[in-house]
Write a protein that binds this ligand. Sequence first.
Ligand code: NDP
Length: 234
Amino acid sequence: MSRTVLITGGNRGIGLSIARAFADNGDKVAVTSRSGEAPEGLFGVRCDVTDPESARRAVAEVEAQYGPVAVLVSNAGITRDALAPMMSEEDFEDVLQTNLVGSFRMARLVSRSMISAKWGRIVFISSIMGFLGSPGQSNYAASKSGMLGLTRSLAWELGSRNVTVNMVTPGLIETEMIEKVTDKRRAQLLAQTPLRRTGAPEEVAEVVKFLASDGAAYVTGSAIPIGGGIGMGQ
Ligand code: NDP
């Protein structure tokens, strides 16, 4: 059955790979971007997840086009790195607003129709840094570990309605986001990665697609690492 799938930040990077994976699966895929421009072959809506009205409008547009959202992938995310003594409160708050509050906002907006349908899948894109901590990323790591409490609370709230809520914790994945990572830091992270390589966005997409599938019907409240083994056991 073709489902309506909404992916925030689906215009590039990991989000775009996830969008393509669902589209190949035959789902009706909508992606958000702040410019509103959609990648070729995908339905795009303009959305800034930090703006409640923009988020509400985006969900309404997707519903008007494809019907109620059955699968939400909350992927939009940013970094604003600095060591804590040098980090502005604004940079701390911007990252929390986008990564954590934005995820809550989108989940809240789609959860009502999932409850009515007695079926739904929510997948949050977190990061292994939320578990490991990361120098210069107190804002980012806090936002990503905060998603665990969000995931597990929503799993409790929505479980009786057959809505599963999970998150994935990618390691180092080759996208624009890690272009700023220094060679030294990259080498450090790879030394902690048993597979000794970075991941491809498609390798994240496959796991997300599984979490939204019928095969994962009994998986909820979980945090699935996708990082070549980095942070295993966390
Ligand atoms: P990119 O920087 O390539 O993409 C980020 C996406 O988020 C873009 O689509 C961007 O849209 C969107 N976005 C940012 N801010 C907002 C906002 N306020 N409202 C709506 N959309 C927004 O990063 P990745 O693809 O690498 O990252 C995707 C997710 O994966 C993020 O949550 C990131 O934290 C997570 N992640 C990435 C890892 C990596 O190594 N790459 C590792 C672990 C987790 P726009 O084009 O409009 O800016």
